[in-house]
Design a protein around this ligand. Structure first.
Ligand SMILES: Nc1ncnc2c1ncn2[C@@H]1O[C@H](COP(=O)(O)OP(=O)(O)OP(=O)(O)O)[C@@H](O)[C@H]1O
Length: 169
């Protein structure tokens, strides 16, 4: 079924290789004649037909990261813990918003890190490439910085009321 569908669609590779043979004026002409959605529809293997299907794909990406990435599971557990403590300690709305946004940032970056790793692996496979290393290390660095920021935010917002509860004066 998948193969039949693929056969009936122009492949991304053929689209880009034919685009690569175009000279600059031809590319400008092509871009003028085709709308961005037409260009995308010609290059994508499959386009989500409706909003519900888009949500389904997004959810399957989140599930994939949860199942395959240990770090994503740790970030999810940390997010649940931070939000639970925030609610339990009656942290104010602004504090909760900052905690939620910081936790979301870490999880979003971990998802992007996973996406980037997949694209790099798709591109270079199991061969070593210095640029593959740069791409993966930088993406991992982005996750690490956001996780450190999340620890700081938790230290500023959740730790004080927690200590006050555990060690009342
Ligand atoms: N094709 C490659 N070429 C060069 N170095 C690579 C390549 N693939 C991976 N590496 C190096 O190995 C490290 C780990 O790569 P891997 O794909 O296992 O990521 P990961 O351990 O799953 O990362 P994370 O824990 O952030 O999910 C990368 O950060 C990079 O330094």
């Amino acid at each position: 079924m998948k193969a039949d569908f693929k056969m009936s669609q122009p492949s991304a590779t053929s689209f880009f290789s034919s685009a690569a043979t175009l000279r600059q004026p031809q590319i400008t002409q092509y871009a003028r004649e085709k709308s961005p959605s037409e260009i995308r529809n010609n290059s994508a293997w499959h386009i989500a037909p409706n909003l519900f299907q888009s949500f389904k794909y997004a959810w399957s990406g989140i599930c994939y990261a949860f199942v395959t990435q240990r770090n994503f599971r740790i970030h999810t557990a940390m997010t649940a813990t931070a939000i639970s403590f925030g609610l339990f300690l009656h942290v104010n709305a602004l504090g909760m918003a900052i905690v939620a946004l910081t936790c979301a940032l870490v999880m979003v970056l971990e998802l992007l890190n996973t996406a980037l790793e997949s694209v790099v692996d798709l591109t270079v496979g199991q061969s070593y490439h210095e640029l593959a290393k740069v791409a993966k290390d930088c993406a991992a660095g982005a996750v690490m910085i956001s996780a450190l920021a999340a620890v700081l935010v938790a230290g500023f917002i959740i730790a004080p009321p927690l200590f006050a509860m555990v060690f009342p004066v």
